[in-house]
Design a protein around this ligand. Structure first.
Ligand code: SF4
Length: 223
């Protein structure tokens, strides 16, 4: 079992914002084999862990918005960050599927049509009239988009980045104090631990999943 507290040590000192203490609780081990990949059974502990992480990211987002209102253009119906095709961990997929299951019939029908008709393959199928139809349950990548981030790029360098619509397109990104720069590597580590524990307990599939495929299968299976 990984030394979880060790994972939460702030590897970049004062350079990146601390999300404070994010506890990840372990689920009792179960040797039950995972059910069909389209059925997700996240336990209460997994749901609490993921919700806690999402809440921390949302709080961080609001802090940046309060501090830099003129630099952030994120607002209702800005869907610039939704032109993407998402692949998600099992735990995040479970939250999305549970949200889609709670949508009303008409909304689900429209979603199924977007999925089966593949009209706009590079736009997230959960986007409708520039609004996310599962906004409260959207994945980590959607919650952290928009604020300045710290991330290790594919050359191993730790770089800062931000949505081109914010902070004058990133022009003055390096002037922002570390407390307002989100540490994406650390978030992915925490998400990795939550996913690892849930997959180990057979609650969710181990592999990353293409969101479109899972939703298409779910909606054609369930409907
Ligand atoms: S899940 Fe929602 S917020 Fe995320 S890309 Fe899709 S529509 Fe946008």
């Amino acid at each position: 079992m990984p030394d979880i507290p060790q994972l939460f040590q702030n590897q970049w000192g004062a350079k990146s914002a601390d999300l404070g203490h994010v506890h990840v609780f372990a689920q009792p081990q179960s040797d039950e084999v995972p059910r069909t990949p389209w059925l997700f059974q996240p336990g209460a502990v997994t749901v609490a862990n993921l919700t806690n992480l999402h809440t921390k990211i949302d709080q961080f987002f609001v802090r940046v918005l309060d501090k830099y209102p003129d630099e952030m253009s994120c607002r209702r119906q800005c869907s610039g960050c939704c032109h993407q095709s998402l692949s998600l961990t099992g735990v995040e997929m479970a939250r999305v599927v549970s949200a889609v299951d709670r949508l009303d019939n008409d909304t689900r029908m429209r979603l199924r049509n977007r999925l089966t008709q593949k009209l706009t393959p590079d736009v997230c199928p959960l986007l409708e009239d520039d609004l996310c139809i599962i906004y409260d349950d959207r994945p980590t990548i959607c919650r952290s988009h928009g604020v300045p981030i710290h991330v290790t790029d594919n050359t191993g360098r730790v770089v800062r980045d931000v949505c081109p619509l914010n902070f004058s397109g990133g022009g003055n990104l390096n002037n922002i104090p570390g407390d307002f720069v989100l540490d994406i590597d650390r978030i992915n580590q925490i998400l990795g631990v939550i996913q690892h524990l849930a997959a180990q307990s057979g609650e969710v599939p181990t592999a990353r999943l293409a969101m479109r495929d899972v939703l298409a299968a779910r909606l054609t299976t369930v409907e």
